[in-house]
Ligand binder design. Sequence first.
Ligand SMILES: Cc1cc2nc3c(=O)[nH]c(=O)nc-3n(C[C@H](O)[C@H](O)[C@H](O)COP(=O)(O)O)c2cc1C
Length: 190
Amino acid sequence: MKQSIGAKTLLYPHPVLIVCTYDAAGNPDAMTAAWGGICSSDPPSIAVSIQKVRKTYENLMATSAFTVCIPPANHVAEADYFGIESGKNTDKIRVAGLTAVRSEVVNAPYIGEFPVVIECRVMQTVEIGIHTQFIGEIVDVKVDESVLGADGKPDVEKIAPFIYDSAARTYRAVGREIARAFSAGLALKK
Ligand SMILES: Cc1cc2nc3c(=O)[nH]c(=O)nc-3n(C[C@H](O)[C@H](O)[C@H](O)COP(=O)(O)O)c2cc1C
């Protein structure tokens, strides 16, 4: 029997996204966001929901551009730090010992040490309670050569992303492949 646990922001898995922005003076910031994901295939788009009190919110309103970096598991401490300190108080990327690199296609930085970078231009905003959802058109995606597989595609095991469990407030590694997509269900299709 199922038990009600109330209206919660529960979903498995939550992604761990690092949203990088510049402020109006060109100072870089990075914040952790779990409330986000791909929201259209054409144009390729990603949405992140940001509270108005965040430095990142101010920056997005000033520049209309951001990158989403995928942090690898060996940088979990830095990714968590970006979610518990504000760019209003400090230069988080410098304190974390990481490198802010200027995107060549949008007015936003990215973390040089993180293997996947999604470069976005804000297309639209949607007000949802205490969050503003920023919908970004994906202008380009940059992937370190070191995380490409033999087939030239990004290899999830080499990227080593991790997920957020909001109920337990923990981070977890991404597991092994269990089936082929668009294929495992074929046997059931009439
Ligand atoms: C795992 C995790 C997920 C988070 N997800 C979000 C989110 O989706 N949206 C949001 O506004 N804040 C989120 N936060 C909180 C911000 O990352 C945090 O307030 C951060 O200090 C904001 O940085 P900034 O002021 O430099 O923008 C999250 C924090 C953590 C640790």
